[in-house]
Write a protein that binds this ligand. Structure first.
Ligand code: PLP
Length: 351
């Protein structure tokens, strides 16, 4: 009954094609965990680590990843994706995260269509995490997997955790496309559904609330206000960081992050920021020792300014960099944060 509200956009699905989970974290665990033992899902690098960890855990090795291009809006490197798919017959699915975490990239239709073409050619399904689909700004429009999927088997992931200010409520869902087009895919989805049915009524409350919230215009006004803020914040962040030599900065169009890479030759293991407190300085020297060079930067930044960010290397990326957020609602504080960050990066790179 509650499931009906969720079906929309492009390809036709029924309420039977929607499965609810205790948040997408739960969905992701089941999607990778219930894959055939030998099957792999290739995902973007960098990526939200719940996906890459679940993939690596399932395969009992390093997650399989295709590159995204930090010099081109963090769009997928389609040649790299195609080559990795072509030469690895174990690949049975492609993960797309759109809008991206940690990159905040929003993909154009053409790129999504080309990914669908690759999936079609190699008989793969597409797993598309669209949890940030309502948070797109700076003039871009979100293109849904359902708009481009054609006859290819697909799974779209959506949820409430980025949209509803409701701490403690855990609810995400998957929409299944073209389940009847492939017997193996159908069996896989049946398996996920059966496994989920063991957990009786775990998301009943959010399921009851979602239609009421999403059926109310105030929800969309609330999202519009948030998007306006992220747009403003993303432009402040871009203006402050873009001119810094040694950084690769892309404008953000979705979600609420800024994924920034350092030029590969600009970091080393000896750079530092001034830390006034002697005990803290000693502590940071200890914990930074032997860590990836962007982790070292993050520790120094935290100790010298109080600004906390996530190193890019922790998103299964070969690049050094960081992910900051656009979430701070106090505009002066947000401006201070990015001004200070810009100063600290320059101090660090010049040290
Ligand atoms: C791309 C992406 N997918 C899924 C999630 C997790 O969703 P949930 O809170 O529903 O577990 C996150 C959370 O940060 C995310 O960034």
């Amino acid at each position: 009954m509650q499931r009906r509200i969720i079906k929309k956009n492009g390809t036709q699905i029924t309420s039977e094609d929607i499965i609810f989970f205790n948040g997408l974290g739960d969905a992701i665990t089941k999607i990778y965990g219930l894959l055939r033992k030998e099957s792999r899902i290739i995902g973007p690098s960098p990526a939200y680590p719940t996906h890459s960890s679940a993939e690596g855990l399932h395969a009992k090795c390093h997650p399989l990843m295709y590159l995204t291009d930090e010099n081109n809006n963090w769009y997928p490197d389609l040649d790299d994706l195609r080559n990795k798919v072509k030469y690895n017959p174990a690949v049975s699915g492609i993960l797309v995260i759109n809008p991206g975490n940690p990159t905040s990239a929003v993909y154009p239709k053409k790129i999504l269509e080309e990914i669908v073409d690759i999936a079609n050619e190699y008989d793969l399904f597409i797993l598309c995490d669209e949890i940030y689909h309502h948070l797109v700004y700076n003039g871009k429009k979100h293109i849904y997997l359902s708009e481009v999927i054609d006859d290819v088997c697909g799974i779209s992931l959506k949820g409430i955790s980025k949209e509803f200010p409701w701490p403690g409520a855990r609810c995400g869902w998957v929409e299944i496309y073209n389940v009847d087009k492939d017997e193996v895919f159908k069996k896989y989805i049946d398996g996920i559904c059966k496994f989920k049915m063991i957990e009786v009524c775990s998301t009943t409350l959010p399921q009851k609330v979602i239609p009421k919230v999403m059926g109310d215009q105030r929800f969309y006004r609330y999202l519009d206000e948030r998007k306006k803020h992220y747009e403003w914040a993303s432009n402040i962040a871009y203006k402050k960081l873009k001119p810094i030599e040694g950084l690769i900065v892309n404008k953000t169009y979705g979600a609420f992050y800024m994924g920034v890479a350092f030029d590969s030759n600009k970091l080393n293991g000896n750079q530092r920021l001034k830390i006034e407190n002697k005990d803290l300085k000693k502590y940071i020297d200890g914990v930074s020792n032997g860590k990836p060079w962007d982790v070292r930067f993050i520790y120094h930044l935290l100790a010298s300014s109080g600004i906390c960010m996530v190193p890019m290397s922790s998103f299964n990326s070969p690049l050094y960099g960081f992910r900051s957020t656009l979430l701070e609602k106090d505009r002066n504080k947000l401006k201070w944060t990015y001004e200070t960050l810009a100063e600290k990066i320059q101090e660090y790179l010049g040290s």
